[in-house]
Design a protein. Sequence first.
Length: 258
Amino acid sequence: MSEPVVKVETPGDGVRLIRLNRPEKRNALTTPVLQGICAALDEAEADASVRCVVLTGGDTVFAAGADINELASKTAVDTVNDPRANAFGRIRDFPKPLVAAVNGYCLGGGLEIAMSCDIIIAGTGAELGLPEVNLGIMPGAGGTQWLPRLVGKPLAMKMILSGEFIGAEEALRSGLVAEVVPDDQTIDRATKIACRIAKKAPLSLVIAKDAVLRAFEMPLTEGLAYERRAFAVLLSSADKAEGTAAFLEKRKPDFQGR
């Protein structure tokens, strides 16, 4: 029996780890790989015990981009009903916190997936880039939209138009990643952050994530109003009552997601 292209693990309470599993192909993002990620996310979303997800490619590579053999046969007509676009959209729309643990190459679609996550933890040897121009194409799964929002126009233009990679430290300075750690600690660090997140109130996590993402789409005045409405919703939750009671009683809260 062949190995699954995506593996799912449970490294801690409330945490699901999704691991891309094509190391011999540098985790090239074939349609089955993308569909495997989406299936694992669907399961994680449906499971109320899962409060945070870690997505990784493993210890040596995150994902080196699209599978070139699959890409070579694509035409403009194929993109109309391309399941790959829906897969990238599913990752972006995942409502629970999503942490990327990035080692080695994180290129093209791999970087677009990482940018769809909420937090990126990178190993010191990570290399991040959007080199699609080298193939006579351009980023097509969110790269031209997310990268300038995260790092600004000058660096985004340099990366997209030259195809050059940046290292982990530059990615940290530019705001693309949240932390840089030794390569052998990347997955552990991402998992520890996920475990910390998983202890928080589930409704707060989902609604706070949504509010932050809305900041990329709304003018400030609308965003502030949206935040206030979301805050008001949480005031009526059972978790808010539990959280405040636990604080006053100096005990750990028992959040139930209600």
